[in-house]
Design a binder for this molecule. Structure first.
Ligand SMILES: *Cc1c(COP(=O)(O)O)cnc(C)c1O
Length: 394
């Protein structure tokens, strides 16, 4: 029997569906001879800003650069502290460290995997300048409580939206019923992530919900000054060529990538909707399995990842068992940022984040994932978890 491997992500069906449009867009850029910034980048920036509901969008080289430039454009730098989540891809903390500031970690919530607003207050010092929540796996963070803390302490808020293009904020609680009184929540409800804080940073790494065919990133803001500084920072700190005013970067979004992203932006709502349907199907297929905790299908979540928890210390065994059967699953993230070798000995452990790092398992997800494949994955997963149960009895 030939067993086809199930990848964690398959980008081919999406490309096949829009191939003609992508090729026309790439061809147009090749014919234009304009490869760095120029009209393609401006048009994509305008379309992305309109979609996200922000005044300014600035295309850059990567999501990591978007974070660094956004932080610097907000005046954050050496000696400053930025409160963020331990449970994210290292680019989050790295961007803070790379601009000379210090990442200060606050633990996460079990249900959302996101920064726990109740853990933030304790971490605020006279050096704290900003809070950097991550909308992990595509799930909006608890932005109304985060904004409330930021307003009280006069802090900036930079959203790491790398995994959450198109996600919509619908309240802090996983199943917000909108009955608790909250002015800030009412003000921001219905906004897309990135439009909520002082600045937002997106990644167009090919595997993200809105992915380019190469690296790319975007800074969004409603603040004219932050936008102008971001535009300067992406071109060596200059407004005019050869009049460099500050130390910047070479960090521009390629015109070819902008043209590709302009095509893909038209489909993002459909793709995100399909991701939600895939997530709902997994949750149905995996309901009532002991030792598996499925993620809540939170309103506004765009399911960059569908991440379950496997309890009783069986995660690594189940992960391996599925790999042996040709089913790829991923652990995002096996080591919280604070415990990475780069920060060795600098931070205590954060118990919730530490525990979830041992339990999380992300299942294959992409918009075109079929029910047939999902059933195979769910079946193999349930069998693997049952074997674990028997193993622990014996
Ligand atoms: C992908 C990612 C980034 C970095 O984006 P790049 O475009 O790869 O630089 C930052 N933060 C999070 C949470 C990410 O998932």
């Amino acid at each position: 029997m030939s067993q086809t491997r199930i990848p964690i992500l398959d980008l081919k069906p999406q490309y096949q569906a829009i191939q003609a449009e992508i090729q026309a867009a790439v061809h147009r850029v090749l014919e234009s001879g304009q490869f760095i910034l120029g009209p393609e980048v401006r048009e994509f920036e305008a379309a992305a800003a309109a979609y996200l509901g922000v005044k300014h969008a600035i295309g850059v080289n990567s999501g990591t650069d978007a974070l660094m430039i956004a932080l610097r454009a907000l005046g954050i730098g050496p000696g400053d502290e930025v409160i963020t989540t331990p449970f994210s891809f290292f680019a989050t903390a790295e961007s803070i460290s790379n601009i000379g500031a210090k990442p200060v970690f606050a633990d996460i919530e079990v249900g959302s995997f996101n920064l726990d607003p109740n853990a933030i207050a304790d971490k605020i010092t006279s050096k704290t300048k900003a809070i950097l929540p991550v909308h992990l796996y595509g799930n909006p963070a608890a932005m109304s409580r985060i904004l409330a803390i930021a307003e009280t302490h006069n802090l900036k808020v930079v959203e790491d939206c790398a995994q959450a293009f198109g996600a919509v904020y619908k309240g802090d609680c996983i199943s917000c019923d909108g009955t608790c009184a909250d002015d800030i929540r009412d003000r921001i409800q219905g906004q897309r992530v990135g439009a909520i804080g002082h600045a937002g940073a997106f990644s167009f790494f090919p595997t993200k919900n809105l992915g380019a065919y190469g690296d790319g990133g975007l800074i969004v803001t409603n603040d004219d000054q932050v936008a102008e500084l971001s535009q300067m920072l992406r071109v060596h700190g200059s407004k005019e060529r050869y009049r460099n005013e500050i130390l910047g970067y070479n960090s521009r979004l390629d015109a070819i990538q902008a043209a590709i992203l302009g095509v893909k932006l038209r489909y993002i709502d459909t793709w995100n909707q399909h991701r939600r349907e895939v997530a709902e199907t997994y949750t149905r297929l995996l309901a009532n399995v002991d030792a598996i905790v499925t993620p809540a299908i939170a309103a506004g979540h765009v399911f960059h990842q569908y991440t379950i928890r496997i309890l009783n210390g069986q995660r690594d065994r189940v992960h391996q068992r599925l790999a042996d059967q040709g089913i790829s699953t991923m652990i995002y993230y096996p080591v919280p940022q604070d415990q990475l070798p780069v920060y060795q000995g600098q931070y205590p452990t954060y118990p919730v984040s530490e525990k979830l790092a041992q339990e999380v398992l992300s299942l294959p997800i992409w918009p075109e994932l079929t029910l047939e494949i999902q059933e195979k994955i769910a079946h193999a997963l349930i069998e693997a978890v049952k074997e674990s149960g028997q193993a622990s009895i014996v």
